[in-house]
Design a protein around this ligand. Structure first.
Ligand SMILES: [Zn+2]
Length: 283
């Protein structure tokens, strides 16, 4: 075992169990791209804002027209090694639960037991008027039935299932409505400028309260909704450890940062875990 893997192991096993906060970096190996590069800079166009979606029919048309093409790729995505490594850490009681900023449900697909979808889930759609929940798969069927898809040679996929495409297609696009009340349907995710439900935020604080430390994996923590948990953990006197290639907003708060091939480092550590004996931890 290399010295770095060993130092990760010593640190994680000394303070276990950890609450774990995950971000877009984890899902990129599953074919879901990230919004930002390693320096936290934006890649591509700005994502849709919550208020725009709620208030402007043309913005909704734009969202759904792009989403009809982008969503299938998210739908088809499968967990990668890092998702599986985190299941191994949970099984070995090194990790007590996950707070994910990803909306792709890949942690759950991999078999993780305790996951809070901080920013919601892309596989569901919610009515803004009556709260009715619909599956995104069913909405996809409706969208494909009521809209003619353009023959596109290349479509750029964005992290929330968004995609780039011609203006004419967007202008004629038919947006879905609620079956129950004809209200506006919105993906069950927290858009930029939107608010994470209070009870969900409280559940995250509780997960951190019950853990010995906070481990961040694959996130630059650029968005406040995730960053606040780093501040909270540190205020509670709990160690913050970061596994991320590139700068994060919490670099100065953490006790240790691993930024050289963090996912393969985690894999090496996970491969050495014996899931049958969580007591191997020297606490
Ligand atoms: Zn409704």
């Amino acid at each position: 075992m290399s010295e770095t893997v060993e130092s990760l192991q010593v640190l994680l096993e000394k303070h276990a169990p950890w609450a774990c906060l995950t971000g877009a970096g984890i899902s990129s190996a599953s074919g879901i791209p990230t919004y930002r590069d390693h320096h936290g800079r934006w890649l591509g166009s700005q994502p849709i804002q919550h208020q725009e979606f709620v208030e402007q029919a043309t913005k909704r048309q734009r969202y759904w027209a792009r989403s009809i093409l982008g969503w299938p790729r998210v739908h088809r995505a499968r967990p990668n090694q890092t998702h599986h490594d985190l299941v191994a850490l949970e099984t070995a009681a090194v990790v007590s639960g996950l707070i994910t900023q990803n909306v792709d449900r890949l942690h759950q697909q991999a078999g993780a037991q305790h996951v809070i979808d901080l920013h919601g889930r892309l596989d569901r759609v919610r009515c803004l008027s009556c709260g009715h929940i619909e599956t995104r798969a069913r909405v996809q069927d409706w969208l494909e039935e009521h809209n003619a898809l353009p023959a596109l040679t290349s479509v750029t996929l964005l992290p929330d299932g968004d995609a780039d495409l011609p203006a004419a297609f967007i202008d004629d696009f038919r947006s879905p409505h609620c079956d129950a009340c004809e209200g506006i349907l919105m993906p069950d995710v927290v858009f930029f400028g939107g608010t994470v439900p209070v009870d969900r935020v409280q559940a995250c604080y509780q997960m951190i309260d019950q853990a010995e430390g906070l481990l961040v994996i694959g996130s630059s923590l650029s968005v406040y909704s995730g960053f606040r948990f780093c501040r909270y953990a540190v205020q509670q006197g709990k160690p913050l450890v970061i596994l991320n290639a590139g700068q994060t907003r919490a670099d100065e708060l953490c006790v240790r940062k691993f930024d050289d091939h963090p996912f393969s480092l985690l894999s090496h550590y996970a491969a050495n875990l014996d899931p049958s004996t969580p007591e191997h931890r020297h606490v």
